[in-house]
Design a protein around this ligand. Structure first.
Ligand SMILES: Nc1ncnc2c1ncn2[C@@H]1O[C@H](COP(=O)(O)OP(=O)(O)OP(=O)(O)O)[C@@H](O)[C@H]1O
Ligand SMILES: [Mg+2]
Length: 359
């Protein structure tokens, strides 16, 4: 168990800020997911915590000890890199034992700890295999075991399952979560997958251009995005550009009362907040496509002005491409200049639309 404190850390490569004045505290045993687009600084941040990259400024402390200038081997951290950097000339056992040998542990202890690590990742009896004879998922487990065997206080995982198929990825991430909770290891997990972050994390940090865009528990990131960027990055979201005049949205189909100052706005609605009804009035949208996910249906609808929206329907709903439907919107986020300025529940697109139609 360990506490990690990152304070005002920056990294400049030439002219680019890869990480910019970044601060984050990770509590004992907490699992934090770093999520963000390509190039947002996730790997650079992780590498600085692991000691593989020197910060341009700021400090990194682990349990109140400043590790900013320590080399990787003197930090209580273990890192699993994105491309599984196993040594192909060694078998599984020796890959995992490597770090223990560097620490000059006794042979018997090395053997015992490697066997424990193999058991932990479900690879008992694989010790003598060549790593080239393992599947991608097994190789990733070896990479994980190689980090865990050193009993790190802090585990750093950089997209460890990115190259695996979805099924295996889901299984391995659940295993990682189990192991992480059982051992109580403070963990930073970088991922591209928003599903992965929502499923795994105690807390998500959404990064953008080397900074924190928003940090919070998964449900808060999903339900209360503070910026349009976060709203669009996590989960599916419909965006509609419009303008507010005298507290009313000027969009022909979203004539909501929105108590904000005049000016441009971006309306954002989750598919699950848009309900379509084949028998409703006014029928103003045409169903473009229906995708059946078993648990629910995603319905793409086209409004007459060309706006396309993703709505959600119950699995039993009879709805087909070409149908003309009404829709109802139960929750709207309102953004201006990327910032959330208002959100409201209970809007009814049908009633909101009427006055504008008759005007
Ligand atoms: N060694 C380096 N030299 C120069 N620029 C670098 C170096 N490493 C990273 N960068 C730059 O720093 C920025 C952040 O890179 P980083 O690898 O941290 O992003 P990332 O969020 O991990 O992206 P991805 O999701 O693609 O892995 C990028 O603009 C990248 O080009
Ligand atoms: Mg990366």
């Amino acid at each position: 168990m360990a506490h990690l404190a990152i304070e005002g850390v920056s990294k400049i490569f030439g002219q680019t800020f890869a990480v910019q004045d970044f601060s984050l505290e990770v509590g004992d045993g907490e699992l934090v997911c770093l999520l963000g687009p390509s190039g947002s600084g996730k790997s650079t941040l992780l590498r600085m915590i692991g000691g593989f990259e020197q910060p341009t400024g700021g400090s990194i402390r682990i349990d109140a000890r400043d590790v900013t200038n320590l080399p990787p081997e003197r930090r209580p951290t273990g890192m699993v890199f994105q491309s599984h950097a196993l040594w192909t000339h060694m078998d599984v056992f020796n890959n995992i034992a490597f770090g223990l040998k560097l620490r000059r542990l006794a042979k018997a202890e090395i053997r015992q700890r490697v066997e424990e690590a193999l058991a932990l990742v479900g690879l008992v009896d694989y010790g003598r295999r060549a790593v080239t004879q393992l599947s991608g998922g097994q190789q990733q487990r070896v990479a994980l075991a190689r980090s865990l065997v050193l009993e790190p206080k802090i585990l750093l995982l950089d997209e460890p399952f990115a190259s695996l198929d979805q099924h295996l990825r889901e299984r391995l991430r659940e295993e990682v979560r189990d192991i992480q909770q059982r051992l109580g290891i403070t963990t930073l997990f970088v991922t591209h997958g928003q599903d992965e972050a929502l499923a795994l994390a105690d807390r998500i940090v959404v990064m953008r251009d080397g900074r924190t865009e928003q940090a919070g528990p998964p449900s808060v990131i999903y339900r209360e995005p503070q910026t349009a960027f976060v709203a669009g990055f996590i989960g599916s979201m419909n965006f509609v550009e419009s303008e507010i005049r005298n507290g009313v949205c000027m969009h022909p189909f979203f004539g909501f009362h929105i108590p904000v100052s005049d000016g441009p706005v971006t309306l954002a609605m989750r598919p699950e907040a848009i309900e379509v009804s084949p028998d409703g009035r006014p029928a103003i949208a045409t169903v473009h496509r229906v995708t059946d996910f078993g648990t629910h249906k995603i319905v793409d609808i086209d409004l007459v002005d060309g706006t396309r929206l993703k709505a959600m329907a119950a699995p039993g709903e009879i709805i087909r491409a070409g149908m003309v439907v009404a829709f109802n919107c139960s929750h709207v986020f309102v953004f201006r200049d990327n910032a959330l300025i208002h959100q409201s529940a209970g809007h009814d697109a049908a009633t909101a639309v009427q006055p504008l139609f008759s005007a």
